[in-house]
Design a protein. Structure first.
Length: 394
């Protein structure tokens, strides 16, 4: 009997983490949960520990870890409880961990994902910021260690599945003409620009198709999420920005496409359910049950496509601009966006001011290339301080 794969789920209490555990629970003979981590949702982490009985749990700080440790003892569970950023790096590199679900949102997920890459783990990458902030550094680590990198974003999973099985990061050799990322358009697609002056965080978080966390939901509403995915695709598939296109596809049935030199277009279709790309990454090249209902093609509405409106949603263009600028510009873009989105969610910034803060950061912060993780994290902090100043001035 084959030994179950050891899995570490970083960001276990978020949407992707919960969906990952749902898929894992369907295949106990294939997967064993070694480590679970969470930032704030300790109750949910405790419930997950009761069900999956991991060897390691990671909380945000010492106080949370102490509380969690006491609750585990009362429940008769034995697990090593750690805390802090260093603990995330530690569990991502454990010898008994075969695969790491990197699902911590934002730049905070970069050090642990990079540690998994350096340790040669199979990385199920849901943390797009790892490639947005540190694309070259991250991909160099993957190549050096022989790590397997499998995308979990639905769009990048679709591209991955639409490329040849032996794709070697060489679009010309594979006959790839361009990559087409699809976008739902978010909750404000078609809304007059004047309406965007008054939207609330709850408005922005009502995504028409996907169930996601609040930060990612806002990014989807501004189209920054698609911009970050453009940067991620550039590194994942070694395709220049000029050969990456975004198409708004409101039905979210076609998750992305690859257009080939001979005119063929390969697309991956499916219901808007994150368990599909998660199961694909977990079992690749095999296919396993993900608990997703089969698509009923006879019940589908029309499949439509339109160009993104870059005037009403300038964040997408800002991402292309950051790629064109090169160096640390994508890291600056990401840091400023995280600050601006957090301020919007806290009622300190208008929705329409998010791209203004990001644009100002790209113009006002040095984007010279850093050659180390420490340098990138320092640039990230510099951009955050600048963006916080702009938020305060709004």
């Amino acid at each position: 009997m084959t030994k179950p794969q050891g899995i570490a789920v970083l960001g276990a209490t978020g949407s992707v983490g919960c969906n990952t555990l749902d898929v894992i629970a369907r295949h106990p003979e294939r997967y064993r949960v070694v480590a679970l981590t969470a930032h704030r949702q300790l109750d949910k982490l405790f419930e997950q520990a009761l069900r999956f009985r991991p060897d390691y749990l990671v909380a945000a700080d010492a106080s949370a870890a102490s509380d969690l440790r006491a609750r585990l003892t009362d429940a008769g569970l034995r697990a090593e409880v750690l805390h802090g950023a260093d603990a995330l790096v530690q569990v991502a590199s454990l010898p008994e961990v075969d695969a790491v679900m990197a699902a911590i949102v934002g730049a905070a997920g970069l050090p642990s994902a990079l540690a998994a890459a350096r340790a040669g783990k199979r990385i199920l990458l849901a943390n797009k910021e790892s490639l947005v902030v540190a694309g070259r550094l991250f991909m160099d680590a993957v190549r050096a260690s022989g790590s397997a990198l499998l995308p979990v974003d639905s769009e990048h999973s679709a591209i991955f599945q639409s490329l040849p099985a032996d794709y070697a990061a060489n679009p010309d050799a594979a006959g790839v003409s361009k990559i087409i990322l699809t976008a739902s358009g978010g909750p404000f697609r078609g809304r007059p620009a004047a309406d965007l002056l008054h939207v609330t965080p709850d408005d922005a978080c009502r995504h028409p198709n996907w169930s996601m966390g609040r930060k990612i939901s806002v990014d989807s509403a501004t189209l920054m999420n698609k911009g970050l995915e453009v940067i991620e695709a550039r590194w994942l598939f070694n395709v220049p920005p000029s050969r990456i296109e975004v198409a708004v596809h409101p039905q979210s049935v076609i998750h992305s496409m690859v257009q080939y030199r001979d005119g063929s277009v390969m697309a991956q279709l499916g219901s808007p359910d994150m368990r599909t790309p998660i199961a694909c990454a977990l079992a690749w090249p095999e296919r396993i049950d993900a608990g997703v209902e089969p698509m009923d093609f006879f019940a589908l509405s029309d499949l439509t496509f339109e160009k993104p409106d870059l005037e009403r949603f300038p964040c997408l263009q800002l991402a292309f601009d950051a790629l064109e600028m090169g160096g640390d510009a994508p890291a600056v873009l990401n840091a400023a966006n995280e600050v601006a989105v957090a301020a919007f969610l806290e009622g300190q910034l208008r929705f329409v001011d998010i791209p203004r803060v990001v644009s100002a950061a790209l113009a006002g912060v040095s984007c010279a290339a850093s050659d180390s993780l420490e340098g990138l994290l320092a640039r990230d902090q510099e951009a955050r301080r600048f963006a916080e100043g702009r938020v305060a001035a709004c």
